[in-house]
Design a protein around this ligand. Sequence first.
Ligand SMILES: [Fe+2]
Length: 199
Amino acid sequence: MSYELDPLPYDYDALEPHISEQVLTWHHDTHHQGYVNGWNSAEETLEQNREDGDFSSSPGAIRNVTHNGSGHILHDLFWNSMSPEGGDEPSGELRDRIEEDFGSYDAWKGEFEAAAGNAGGWALLVYDSFSNQLRNIVVDKHDQGALWGSHPILALDVWEHSYYHDYGPARGDFVSNFFEVVDWDEPSARYEQAVELFE
Ligand SMILES: [Fe+2]
């Protein structure tokens, strides 16, 4: 099988002024496309090595699957966690669970923003299926800092390609503006899937 890049679920300029058309274009068409290509290429290497019975380049290709695959999966979630109609707080079951597991929405948000300020890749809200609770995770690159068994619910990309052109070094302003476009429909659906699967 090979992986494909889905179009953005909105126009490239739909998240302005919080994220510019230029950044979304580069980010989706160049960076995200690169992870899709990298994943496909690594899979081809693995397949060829299995046919040849020569596994010398397989460990590197396996690492490329993890890196590029995680990049593809998280970017898909990131795009689908924003919309021009976004900017609300979570509601319903996910809101209740955030309050239960973090004490309050503000406590969750403060912790998530701190994670986003520190990460070398992503801040994630995940459902941890071992402990059966929501957690914030600090991820470097696309995969370093992952907790096994965690199901991503909300993803915020803080790689420099995500904000530097719009905000320069003021990453905190980008993180604040993410909350002006965050759309909780997809995270809520993913939370409900996780509960169905794991509880
Ligand atoms: Fe990115």
